[in-house]
Design a protein around this ligand. Structure first.
Ligand code: ATR
Length: 276
């Protein structure tokens, strides 16, 4: 049976084995998917060993996504833009293709799950860390009118925007960046890609960044997303957490490995019930 795994440190909390087992069931694919704890200084060895044992692919989670990009022999465009990989295809000839399905999964959750078409919209992306970096390329691919990236440390937003400028020009998307105070007003989609909720810090932007009825997303789920989402709802926005992204990025990985797109709606609602 073909083998896959999620590699991280820690990894025991990961929902990926459960999600991929559901996908395998729903698509009739025979595969095994485990969680693999790698030592902090042993990521590459763990991947190589898994590959040598016949492993066909892995998901990569914190803190190894950047190391995964360095390990890959070849990267997809979206992984190159993100500078990080959450998905590796382990080929029989020993080579490794690195991909990043986080951003595409998030866009799919927003467009299909929340029913919000990104084309022509004004988007505010708050944060410029690893999570925000994974989102920017796929968000641009969906052709919003404008993407503004703001961050506490503005230099990180400037660097990410500069790295994506050619991609944005190609897609006819206006890109801008600034400090948290420069976020401006009335965005139809506001995304919190900061770790501020985790740290129980105040929401890092003012409520006037939200257009009336805006969609407001946090990339986290559960209690970590609550601060931002409650704030957004109290200012008239429609809140959405990151659980749909978790399921959709898994579906994109499954598609990359198996050539079959698994259905996600029932898996997401089951997962939500499990976590309640
Ligand atoms: P991740 O991989 O989850 O994105 P990260 O790379 O450490 O994690 O990035 C964390 C993001 O949250 C950054 O944008 C960070 O801002 P800085 O680049 O200025 O550090 C942001 N962040 C963390 N705590 C914050 C806070 N209290 N207020 C505002 N932004 C915060």
């Amino acid at each position: 049976m073909d083998r896959y795994c999620v590699i991280g440190h820690p990894v025991a909390h990961s929902k990926s084995p459960w999600i991929h087992a559901r996908f395998a069931e729903l698509t009739g694919q025979a595969l095994r998917y485990d969680a693999l704890l790698a030592p902090l200084d042993g990521f590459a060895d763990a991947v190589r060993r898994f590959q040598a044992e016949g492993g066909r692919g892995c998901n990569v989670t914190v803190p190894f996504k950047f190391e995964a990009a360095a390990l890959a022999s070849e990267l997809t465009d979206r992984a190159t833009l993100a500078g990080a990989c959450n998905t590796l295809v382990l080929r029989e000839d020993g080579s490794i293709l690195g991909d990043n399905t986080d951003g595409a999964g998030w866009v799919r959750d927003i467009e299909q799950g929340a029913g919000f078409a990104l084309a022509g919209r004004r988007v505010l992306l708050v944060g410029a860390g690893g999570a925000a970096a994974g989102l920017l390329g796929p968000v641009i691919s969906a052709r919003p009118a404008r993407v503004m990236m703001v961050n506490r440390t503005v230099a990180k937003a400037e660097a990410l925007v500069a790295a994506h400028q050619a991609w944005a020009d190609e897609h006819g998307v206006q890109l801008a960046c600034g400090t948290l105070d420069e976020a401006g007003e009335a965005h139809e989609l506001v995304v919190n890609a900061t770790a501020s909720s985790l740290k129980e810090a105040a929401v890092p932007v003012r409520p006037d960044v939200l257009a009336r009825g805006a969609l407001a997303c946090d990339l986290m789920y559960g209690p970590a997303a609550r601060g931002f989402l409650d704030w957004a709802a109290s200012h008239g926005a429609v809140p959405r957490d990151g659980l749909g992204m978790l399921v959709e990025q898994a579906a994109e990985s499954f598609l990359r490995w198996r050539g079959v797109r698994p259905p996600t709606a029932a898996v997401l609602s089951q997962l939500r019930t499990l976590l309640e």
